[in-house]
Structures are given as C-alpha cells and as structure tokens.
Design a protein around this ligand. Structure first.
Ligand SMILES: Cc1ncc(COP(=O)(O)O)c(C=O)c1O
Length: 430
C-alpha cells in the first residue's frame, strides 16, 4: 500500500472520505444530482442569481466583448475596464472609499491577512473562522491567538495580554459559514479601536443576505467606519466567482502593493466580473430578494422546529443540523438524497470533531411547499438514524457555551504542516 492509499484508507476508517457529486445543469433551487432530481438545500447561491437570465447574458456578452481570460495578474496587464467598473460599483454599494478585486474569497483572505500581519505581529482570530482565514493567518507567520467563538470578552482577554510591539490584527467572519450565526461586530469594533488593532471582517455569507439593502452584517451593525478592510465574495449571493476588499484609498493601494495573492495570481475572468456586475445591479434594483431569502429561512426553520428539531438562536439562511458523529451525518445525507433533498454532510476538518452536521442553506427561489417537505424528509432521515432531534442545535458532543472564564491563549503555530487530526482538535471551521 502506498502512503497515499494508506492515508485514504485512514480517512475512510474515520468516516471522513469525501467524493465529488455531479450536478447537471445550472445551480437552481432544484437540480439533477448524479442524475437524480433533488431539491438543492446546500448551495451558497442564496439569491438564485447564478442562473438568472440577466446575469447569464451579461457574462456571455462579456465573453464576446472582452474574451474569457484576463491573461495576466492585475499588476501586469490583467486589469481591464470591466474590473475597474465593478470595483467602483462595489465601493459605492459598500459605502467605501475604494475597492479592489481578488481572484476568490480564499485568495482575498490569504492576501489581505498576509499584507496586514507578519512575523513579530499578532493576529486575533475567532475559533470558528473560515479555513481561508486560518490559512491566511498561518501563511502570514504572525503569532495567532484564537479566541472563543463570538466571545468578545475572551478576545479582550487576549488583547490585554498580547505584546504591544508589532502590528495587531483582529479578523472574523461576520456570518459564520457553518453555523449561520453573527459575530458580535459592534463589540469587536470597539475593542479594535481601544487596543489599536486593525479590523478585517469577512462578509462572504452576509453580503446579499442581511443588512440594509443586503449590504451585510457590518452595515447592519452600523460600523462601516470602524472596519479597516471588509472582504466580500462574488461567489455566493452574487452568483459568480471572485472576491473583493473594500477599504480606504490608502489601504487599497497598500493591498495592491503587498497582497501576494493579488500580485501573483491572474485577474478574475471578464465573464465572471460582468456576471457579478449584473447580479449587483439586480440586488440594488430589487432588494426584496433579500427579504424573500429571509422569508425562506424563517419558513424552513419553522418547519424544522415543527418536526421536532432544536435550532440555534440565529434566524439566518444557514441552518446547521448538528448530529455529531461523522458516519451518521453521511448516512442521514444519503437517506435525504434518496428522498429528493440534497443537504451535504459537513465533517471535520471543516467543522470541529464531534459536530458533524447537515448544513442547510435556503435560497430566495425555494417555495414554501418545498421547504416544508424538506423538513419532513430530514426529520424522517434523522429518526431513522436514531437521532435525538432536540440536540441538533449544537450537537450531542458540543462544548458548553455558558462558561466565560479566562483561559490561556490557544496559539496557532506559523507554517504548521497540514495535519488532519490536529485540524480536528483545533475546532477551527473551514
Ligand atoms: C467565510 C468565507 N470566507 C471566504 C470563503 C471563500 O470564498 P470563495 O469561495 O470565493 O473562495 C468562504 C467560502 O465558503 C467563506 O465561507
């Protein structure tokens, strides 16, 4: 057996093996999954814009007008008029002085974090931050202090004790991708100001999904002026691909000079940029799509609760059904697919060990009937796995959240090699 084969056998033994499932046709509310018609309940195409006729047309026109690829990085010859146009539109949308596009949300986090922290600096990172933030922290080679999830007191505890020489950077998701809850942004912004730390907020799952006109959780909290860099992706509610960082003029110029993932990667393709421009136009013209998404989230949450599922406090479009065990989550996913509902099983290292789950996401284009039926299918699948539905809000093994006592800093070592077991125990979301 080769080392790779051994590794794969180990993943299978742990119930952690993954495989690619094939969706035929566009990313609509209903898709053909490996040839079988299912309700799609795990896509980030929240507003249903990925296959909207106007978005498709804009991308197709752009391909004819500007071609498919940008040909080079932004700093060589890859910056085209269409990039600049989207940057201006996004800056206006986010009420920001300036904006700069990146190839993806993953690249944006890698580049922004690496530009704002390095050896000798300290990064403060929520324990459930997205993998791209974790990787950005690691690649930066700064000292990383991980604070308890959404716990501003614990963040402050770290801030008071961390060395004061060097730069300080606080980084957080606004809406957490696997839990659907919102960071205490106003408290975090206050701490950033009090402790002279730079604040980066990743709005990947918030843009287009909450806040005034779908402008996200930062706008909802009214702290636009206190965030140094706001990161958003074009790949979720905006239905395309690519990402952006909104910041001051000076900061964006700095990122253009220092963010390695912008400097050393090809500029986003014109059709994706044009598609995002059209999607942004639709969001601005018809913000009721956001209300419709919120309605869909409420409808599914109510239907799940009626079936007996315990749900967390959040009211947003991401609904985790935490089942705990990896294999149980996979079996529940398979059974739901058999009955026409696709909600992917999410396991470590994407979520902490013992909190494997079905991560449900609604779309503005789902109907009430579909969502109610999905809740019934999921409840039946859960019961067939002998699950206690009253524990699915945080899972049978999830650590208690009530305790708020200070504890020693948990540190992420710079340049740590990828290690699955360690990832699991780190309780860091991806
Ligand atoms: C919070 C967060 N940030 C960044 C990303 C990466 O974005 P992209 O898919 O555009 O690379 C994701 C993707 O799921 C995410 O959840």
């Amino acid at each position: 057996m080769t080392e790779i084969e051994q590794r794969m056998a180990e993943l299978e033994r742990l119930g952690l093996q993954r495989r690619l499932r094939m969706v035929s046709g566009p990313q609509g509310p209903r898709v053909l999954l490996d040839g079988k018609p299912v309700l799609l309940l795990c896509s980030n195409n929240y507003l249903g814009l990925a296959d909207h006729p106007r978005v498709r047309e804009a991308a197709a026109d752009a391909a004819m007008r500007w071609g498919v690829g940008a040909g080079a990085s932004r700093l060589v010859s890859g910056t085209m008029t269409i990039h600049r146009r989207l940057e201006e539109r996004l800056a206006t949308f986010e009420r920001s002085e300036a904006c700069v596009l990146f190839g993806s949300g993953y690249l944006a986090n890698l580049g922004v974090i690496g530009a704002l922290a390095g050896p000798g600096d300290v990064i403060f990172s929520d324990e459930l931050n997205h993998a791209s933030i974790i990787d950005g922290c690691r690649a930066s080679r700064a000292r990383v202090l991980v604070y308890r999830h959404a716990d501003a007191e614990h963040l402050q505890w770290h801030l008071t004790r961390a060395p004061r020489d060097g730069r300080r950077l606080i980084v957080t998701d606004s809406v957490f991708s696997m839990d659907g809850d919102v960071a205490p942004l106003a408290d975090i912004a206050e701490l950033a100001e009090a402790y002279q730390a730079c604040l980066v907020v990743d709005e990947a799952h918030a843009t287009g999904a909450l806040g005034p006109g779908g402008r996200g959780a930062v706008a909802q909290a009214g702290i636009e002026d206190q965030v140094d860099v706001l990161i958003g992706t074009l790949s979720k509610a905006l239905g395309s691909y690519g990402a952006y960082a909104c910041a001051s003029e000076t900061m964006t110029r700095y990122l253009i000079n220092c963010a390695r993932s912008l400097i050393f990667s090809t500029a986003p393709p014109p059709p994706a940029v044009a598609g995002a421009l059209a999607a942004l136009g639709l969001l601005e013209e018809r913000p009721h799509r956001v209300e419709r998404l919120n309605w869909a989230a409420r409808t599914l949450r109510e239907a799940l609760a009626r079936e007996g599922f315990a749900l967390g406090a959040s009211e947003l479009h991401i609904i985790p059904l935490v089942v705990g065990d990896e294999r149980t989550a996979v079996r529940m996913c398979h059974e739901a697919v058999e009955h026409g509902v696709f909600a992917q099983a999410i396991r470590p290292p994407t979520v902490p060990q013992g909190t494997s789950r079905l991560r449900l996401t609604v779309m503005a284009s789902h109907t009430e009937r579909e969502l109610r039926r999905a809740a019934q299918v999921l409840a039946r699948a859960a019961r067939n796995q002998k699950l206690d539905l009253s524990l699915t809000a945080r899972g049978p093994n999830a650590a208690g959240q009530g305790e708020r006592a200070a504890e020693p800093a948990r540190e992420l070592q710079p340049n740590q090699p990828f290690d699955l077991e360690r990832e699991e125990s780190m309780a860091h979301a991806a």
